[in-house]
Write a protein that binds this ligand. Structure first.
Ligand code: FEO
Length: 387
């Protein structure tokens, strides 16, 4: 395992996790990477480590460039274990290294996780000199942990952004112009929707702080880094963090005997006939993390469930719980569902949509037993009128 030189004296020394398929519930169908960077100057800095099982790979890549014992600084951008998991291991191999972390939250977090190590806490505006290069520290609290910070090197115009602007995407190619751009943008959107959506206000603050920096390259903590499409990823973060939605619709449903499914198809067709592009997700087929990615930028959301044991389907309850946690904004929504006798589900779904912050744009729609062709046609026509 060798380091990959990114620029003279700056190396990627991370690891690629080709096999990961879930990241605490976030479906990662394309794996991920834990990106760590080594800067060789008069002083030597390692920016972030990797998930603990990949620690030997990190050490091997570092060792391909320099004796790890010569490292002066290990910079912890964020306490979460996918970046900090190998800190104790690397600290043991870097006996002279100070571990730079944000004050107070990074220090508190790392101490709680790993005990007493040679920490050097930093705060906004602090910097260290490596010789010909400076590293400046910019806290970005709650993007997405209290301790999160990014590191900027003005001489190189490089931003080491950790979780911000990253994606769960495994690739041997490190940069945006070496990969399929629409795929990277989709995975960046998915990352934002599932990890950062809740923190739109904090993302806006971070965008303001980072917007004043002269940036040639963003070296991310996950997936692909940016050097040719920096304006595009900044514009995307601007859109996502301001909850800017398009006139699109997402239809989410579960079904027992295909009746609510028939309603979902009719609803989707109704949006289409009304001039609103729509996508339909059977919750049994699409992971929640992909569904909320579509919801992030879609103005309309329709959610359907049949009634089971006087409740909505547990799958839909789980979806509404997940959605509420992400605190989406600017969505207009309605509930629908088929039922046999009780018929409580649609109201429960509507309550869940309201609870998740959606504005109800149509009264709930219920059909008893198997929907007839006439009922489905009427449903389509009704949805086509929604604005
Ligand atoms: Fe990639 Fe929040 O850790």
């Amino acid at each position: 395992m060798k380091a990959i030189e990114i620029r003279n004296g700056i190396y990627w020394v991370g690891s690629i996790d080709w096999s990961m398929r879930t990241f605490h519930g976030y479906a990662t169908s394309r794996g991920s990477s834990y990106n760590a960077y080594l800067i060789i100057d008069d002083k030597i800095a390692l920016i972030d480590t990797v998930k603990e099982p990949f620690k030997e790979e990190l050490l091997e890549r570092v060792s391909s460039v320099v004796d790890p014992a010569k490292i002066d600084y290990i910079i912890s951008s964020h306490v979460e274990a996918d970046h900090s998991g190998a800190i104790p291991f690397m600290a043991a191999h870097c006996p002279h290294a100070k571990i730079i972390t944000s004050q107070p939250q990074g220090l508190k977090g790392l101490t709680a996780y790993y005990g007493d190590l040679p920490y050097q806490p930093v705060k906004a505006g602090d910097s260290i000199s490596l010789g010909s290069r400076t590293l400046q520290f910019v806290p970005i609290p709650m993007l997405h942990w209290p301790d999160s910070m990014v590191t900027y090197c003005p001489e190189e115009k490089i931003l080491f952004s950790n979780d911000a602007f990253g994606q769960h995407l495994a690739s041997v190619n490190r940069f945006d112009d070496e990969n399929d751009l629409p795929l990277i943008m989709y995975e960046a959107k998915k990352y934002y929707a599932n990890i950062l959506m809740l923190y739109g206000a904090q993302a806006q603050k971070a965008m303001k702080a980072l917007g004043s920096l002269d940036i040639d390259m963003i070296l991310t903590g996950h997936g692909i880094s940016w050097r040719s499409n920096i304006k595009d990823i900044f514009a995307a973060y601007q859109k996502w963090s301001t909850f800017d939605v398009d006139d699109h619709a997402v239809v989410v449903f579960d079904s027992m005997w295909h009746s609510t499914e028939k309603m979902a198809v009719a609803v989707t067709e109704g949006f289409r006939q009304g001039g609103i592009p729509a996508v339909m997700h059977d919750i049994k087929a699409t992971p929640l993390s992909d569904i909320v990615t579509d919801i992030l930028t879609s103005k309309y959301l329709a959610c359907g469930s049949p009634t089971i044991n006087n409740q909505m389907m547990p799958t839909i309850a789980s979806f509404l719980c997940y959605l509420k946690g992400l605190s989406p904004k600017n969505h207009r929504a309605f509930a629908f569902g088929s039922y046999g006798w009780g018929g409580q589900s649609a109201k429960l779904v509507e309550d869940g949509l309201k609870d998740a912050g959606c504005e109800i744009c149509h009264e709930l729609i219920r059909i008893q037993n198997i929907p007839s062709k006439a009922q489905l046609k009427a449903l389509t026509e009704e949805v086509a009128k929604i604005k």
